[in-house]
Design a protein. Structure first.
Length: 364
């Protein structure tokens, strides 16, 4: 019996390391094809019980939510919430799905995802391709992970066909649909792949958006008898004055968290790469320093008044610790997972659990 148990454990270890063997095959395919194939394969492995990874306990309360560990999946990998249960087997403390829009839309034409392997990076210009918020809600309702109490964030955006001066309407429609099915809702105004979306980070547009969302949040809390926090996801391409303005706005409108950051438009770190000239947002290792600098500046401006979630370029446990040092209570990963597979989740979880033991900070 002991031998059988050892075999099962060894088999699981082998499966956890299988990504290093699968990656060359996946990377021989077109990036978006590999993306879809990986998610479908993950679902099948989960159904067969072939993949299950457990992270060290590192419980923390953020936004009033009790997280079992601090490692989350960033939005963008599972846009429709169709693969929640498969993704959950890798040990995430929370999973953020989306970005989802009120109505289904195809996104930008393919190809729209590009690898930069020498830099551990991706460029994407997906453009919020998704099947609409109602479809996503149905997937959340069907998820065993959610039924078992797993934490889900829903990331919402506006449809490409909606004029920018009517963007607020889309966010309110999406919030209405998502609210009752999320542990928190993320407002994505920082994708570079929807025309003029980042203009919502500026001045009067930001004020109007945040005010409308907070008003609707209170109405929905009264309707459902449950308060669902709102997080704002911002870009890394901001100067200090813009960061200060955003910090003032989220404080003034009593937002619940800020996620820093989305992808960057800068290409200085990847110049010379065959795909460097592709339009879209750059993610992965090249965005790490910039996103972490924005995170640290936000921490300074907000002085601990609301929690921060760090995302952007995490490729190791040490990178995740750097996000914590810069002020993040939680972290999210995406591009590093594409390059390293499930082992990165485990490495990050172990590093952050050690950090918590050595540097206890109160929950927010």
């Amino acid at each position: 019996m002991a031998t059988g148990l050892k075999c099962r454990l060894d088999c699981k270890d082998t499966l956890m390391n299988a990504y290093s063997f699968l990656r060359p095959l996946l990377f021989s395919l077109a990036p978006e094809t590999a993306h879809n194939l990986s998610l479908n394969g993950l679902d099948q492995a989960a159904k067969l019980g072939l993949l299950r990874q457990t992270l060290p306990a590192d419980p923390v309360t953020v936004m009033g939510i009790q997280f079992p560990n601090r490692v989350g999946l960033a939005a963008g990998l599972d846009k429709d919430g169709a693969h929640i249960d498969g993704l959950a087997t890798m040990g995430f403390g929370f999973i953020e799905i989306g970005t989802v829009t009120p109505k289904a839309q195809p996104g930008n034409p393919q190809p729209r995802l590009f690898r930069l392997p020498a830099h551990g990076a991706l460029i994407n210009r997906f453009g919020f391709n998704n099947l609409g918020v109602d479809n996503l809600v149905n997937n959340v309702k069907a998820s065993q992970f959610v039924k078992n109490g797993g934490i889900i964030g829903i990331n919402i955006g506006k449809n490409a066909s909606t004029p920018i001066d009517r963007a607020n309407d889309d966010y309110l429609v999406a919030l209405d649909a998502a609210y009752a099915h999320a542990h928190y809702v993320t407002i994505n105004i920082s994708s570079p792949n929807t025309q003029n979306l980042r203009s919502l980070q500026q001045d009067d547009a930001l004020e109007a958006l945040l005010a409308g969302l907070k008003d609707r949040q209170q109405r929905l809390a009264d309707q459902y008898g449950r308060y669902v926090p709102l997080a704002l996801k911002i870009a890394p391409d901001l100067d200090d004055l813009q960061i200060e303005a955003i910090a003032s706005a989220v404080r003034r409108h009593r937002f619940d968290a800020v996620i820093a950051t989305n992808t960057t438009l800068e290409r200085a770190a990847v110049m010379g790469d065959p795909n460097a000239g592709e339009t879209g947002g750059l993610s992965g290792k090249p965005v790490f320093e910039k996103s972490t600098a924005v995170l640290a500046e936000l921490r300074n401006k907000l002085a601990g008044e609301l929690p921060l979630i760090g995302v952007g370029g995490i490729a190791s446990g040490n990178d995740a610790v750097a996000k914590r040092d810069a002020g993040a209570e939680l972290v999210q990963i995406y591009t590093g997972l594409i390059y390293q597979g499930p082992q990165l989740i485990k490495d990050v979880g172990e590093a952050l659990a050690r950090y918590t033991r050595q540097n206890h900070r109160p929950s927010l």
